[in-house]
Design a protein around this ligand. Structure first.
Ligand SMILES: Nc1ncnc2c1ncn2[C@@H]1O[C@H](COP(=O)(O)OP(=O)(O)OP(=O)(O)O)[C@@H](O)[C@H]1O
Ligand SMILES: [Mg+2]
Length: 398
């Protein structure tokens, strides 16, 4: 800390000397003596921490010096030395925020020292307070800035989350539309090569089916989705939908159809599910497609098999179930927990989006269905799907 500057002003040389002597050897204190008001003014201009001044000076009065000191350095402290403490002096001093008085001649010279010391202490404290205050203001500013930044980052995050959501949605739509589109393309190509009129008619009506399921997806996206939902939501015959799904997938791959087995075990009462046909088909398209891909992954195009079973749990009937089993590559145990996550895929870019099982999961949850998986790496995988049991079919013909 720099030295405190004490200016002592008195026109009586003896008093001035006496006062200055009190502070001789005082550390951290620079003492400036002035014998008149004019030299005191000059000294004040160079800085003042404490002004100890006689009130009555021949040229410039002590109170005037006090005023100038406060002007020059607002936190300076002033101690007035006066021959008598008149009311006038007291009031004027108060107005100038004078720290203290000393009545002349000082009874105890050490009392002067004590008062200067107190003035310095008060000043140091108020300077410290000021410093703390400005520190605090600075910190507050920094905090405010940090808060603003945080809010901006948060807004950005929310925005990118939304974008990610839109991305997921778009990728999901692309995925859903791609399977029926695949069917349409396969059948259209088949028609090109087909001479027999009856077969062409059959293909064409299948094309109409696929085109409808694409329309379903589009309708679902449009504002009409609510109305459309009840329109298409109906009791469906599960084995029929599963069979269609298997056909669709097999047709879109070069996999030998003989290697895909479909087993239906109806204990009586029918195997009905209350849902949208296109969505349930979507579930099995994805499961069978994955199964075939896993088998091809293990054996190449030539070997392996996929078994699809549809049935109901025995009386009391609690659920309609379906299983898609393959003897393909299998799933490592530590990956089982993530296969339903969106974008989890082990397939090369362009061959898999990692959305298939996520869509399956979302559709099944919507219909209060369940899906579980059992898999042994290098041996095969079975997906178990369960739907809550439905009463007798009411309508069909979705
Ligand atoms: N039957 C299965 N056998 C072995 N692994 C499977 C099987 N089904 C799913 N998987 C694993 O789970 C991952 C996720 O499957 P999911 O169907 O969600 O996406 P994908 O098949 O990779 O891509 P997409 O279905 O979008 O084309 C697959 O990449 C694969 O590693
Ligand atoms: Mg898949």
């Amino acid at each position: 800390m720099s030295e405190a500057r004490l200016i002592i002003v008195d026109d009586e040389p003896v008093v001035l000397q006496l006062l200055a002597a009190v502070f001789r050897g005082e550390e951290g204190l620079q003492v400036v003596r002035c014998a008149d008001g004019a030299s005191a003014l000059a000294a004040i201009e160079e800085g003042v921490d404490v002004l100890l001044t006689d009130k009555n000076l021949p040229d410039v009065g002590g109170l005037e010096l006090a005023r100038r000191a406060k002007e020059r350095q607002p936190d300076s402290e002033v101690i007035i030395i006066t021959g008598y403490a008149s009311l006038d002096t007291a009031l004027a001093a108060m107005e100038l925020d004078v720290f203290d008085y000393i009545v002349k001649p000082p009874k105890d010279i050490l009392d002067v020292k004590r008062k200067v010391k107190q003035a310095l202490d008060k000043q140091a404290m108020s300077r410290e307070n000021k410093r703390l205050m400005s520190d605090l203001t600075q910190r507050n500013l920094e905090l405010e800035r940090a808060l603003t930044e945080l809010k901006e980052v948060q807004a950005e995050l929310i925005q990118s989350e939304k974008l990610a959501g839109i991305g997921t949605l778009a990728a999901g739509i692309a995925h859903e539309i791609s399977s029926p589109l695949f069917g349409v393309m396969g059948l259209a190509e088949a028609i090109l090569d087909e001479e027999e009129r009856e077969l062409v008619r059959g293909y064409a009506s299948e094309i109409v089916e696929y085109a409808r399921s694409i329309k379903d997806i589009v309708v679902q996206l449009s504002g009409y989705s609510r109305a459309a939902e009840s329109e298409y939501h109906t009791t469906i015959d599960l084995p029929k939908v599963v069979e269609d799904a298997v056909k669709l997938v097999v047709r879109s791959t070069s996999f030998d159809p003989a290697r895909v087995r479909l087993e239906v075990e109806d204990p009586g009462g029918g195997l009905y599910v209350n849902a949208r046909t296109s969505e349930i088909q979507q579930v099995f398209v994805n499961l069978v497609k994955n199964a075939i891909e896993a088998v091809v992954d293990r054996y190449g195009p030539g070997g392996g098999c996929v078994t699809v079973r549809v049935g109901a749990t025995p009386a009391p009937r609690a659920a309609v179930f379906a299983e898609v089993a393959d003897d393909g590559a299998g799933i490592p145990a530590d990956r089982l927990a993530v296969i339903f996550d969106p974008f989890y895929t082990t397939k090369p870019p362009g061959r898999g989006t990692g959305l298939g099982l996520n869509i399956v999961y979302r559709i099944l949850t919507k219909y209060r269905g369940q899906i579980t998986v059992e898999s042994t790496e290098g041996e095969g995988t079975t997906f178990h799907v369960r739907f809550p049991i439905e009463p007798d079919p009411v309508t069909s013909g979705d």
